[in-house]
Design a protein around this ligand. Structure first.
Ligand SMILES: [Zn+2]
Length: 291
């Protein structure tokens, strides 16, 4: 075999080898691409999240149970813009200090609350189940996003949901969140417990201070929300169930740059984009000095 032929043959083999590699890559991808998505072993379902392959745009494709995420017409969050000024009732709330579990769900940091804290909307009482955080905010105000948003999720006896949204912007340190922030679980699935009453019976977290922009609370029970947006929407995570009463407080609270950074170091970009209003009515209530 002369050198020329060797060169041609060698070149040809090289081509074949390259083609084989390409075919193998395609085959590997056909069998293995699905594995790039995290699959929940128990159900075989693709775990929803906030990345391109499992994020808000494709939630409805991940499970038939998530169909409302694409087809629902009363979805949350929304842009809070051009609200209708209305005279709505004050919303009484009574948040009791309790011990709590702080859990990293992989999607958020969630604080589970034992029974005892509640709000009252349209004459119905809703028990506080948990609160959790999004960074950046899910609701926007006239297109403006906030650094974070807290959601306080409540359920009535007949299973209806009411969520209080609290917008958070960077500013002064918010001391009421210190005990929770010192127990932020860094690993998905991890839970940390806060015993809320110390040995000398002093409270660690007085939940009323969570809503107060200036860390002043009235010594009345129950307290009342007076300045808030009100609309009917949905869960902002799969299965995007509708029929949720949304109350978003008009006045943001502040948290320090360090507090926001500490949260974002664990969870960030867990916000669903705003959804169309689709003819729903967005109200705003102003009650002066009331929260
Ligand atoms: Zn939420």
């Amino acid at each position: 075999m002369d050198n020329y032929k060797k060169l041609i043959l060698g070149h040809g083999l090289h081509h074949i080898a390259n083609s084989l590699i390409s075919i193998m890559c395609v085959l590997m991808c056909l069998t293995g691409c699905g594995k790039a998505r995290s699959v929940t072993p128990a159900t075989g379902k693709v775990e929803w999240g906030y990345k391109a392959e499992n994020g808000p745009r494709v939630w409805a494709q991940l499970s038939p149970e998530y169909v409302l995420c694409a087809e629902g017409k009363h979805q949350s969050p929304i842009d809070l813009v051009n609200p209708i000024p209305a005279k709505l009732p004050l919303i009484p709330y009574d948040y009791r200090p309790t011990s709590m579990n702080v859990r990293n769900t992989g999607h958020t940091i969630e604080v589970a609350c034992p029974e005892g804290s509640w709000i009252e909307v349209d004459g119905t009482r809703y028990q506080l189940l948990q609160f959790h955080f999004h960074a950046p905010s899910e609701h926007t105000v006239a297109g403006k996003s906030f650094d974070m948003e807290a959601h306080f999720v409540h359920k009535s006896e007949d299973g209806m949901l009411a969520v209080v949204g609290l917008l958070i912007k960077q500013g002064r340190h918010k001391f009421v969140f210190d005990p929770i922030w010192s127990h932020l679980p860094a690993v998905p699935g991890e839970t940390q417990r806060i015993e809320n009453v110390t040995e000398d019976d002093s409270l660690i977290v007085d939940p009323r201070f969570m809503f107060s922009p200036n860390d002043q609370v009235e010594d009345v029970a129950p307290s009342r929300f007076g300045n808030y947006y009100r609309y009917d929407g949905s869960l902002t995570t799969p299965p995007c169930s509708e029929g949720v009463k949304w109350i978003v407080l008009t006045t943001p609270i502040e948290m320090s740059e360090a507090q926001i950074a500490a949260f974002k170091a664990i969870i960030h970009d867990n916000n669903r984009p705003v959804q169309p209003l689709n003819g729903r009515k967005l109200f705003v209530n102003f009650a002066g000095d009331e929260r």
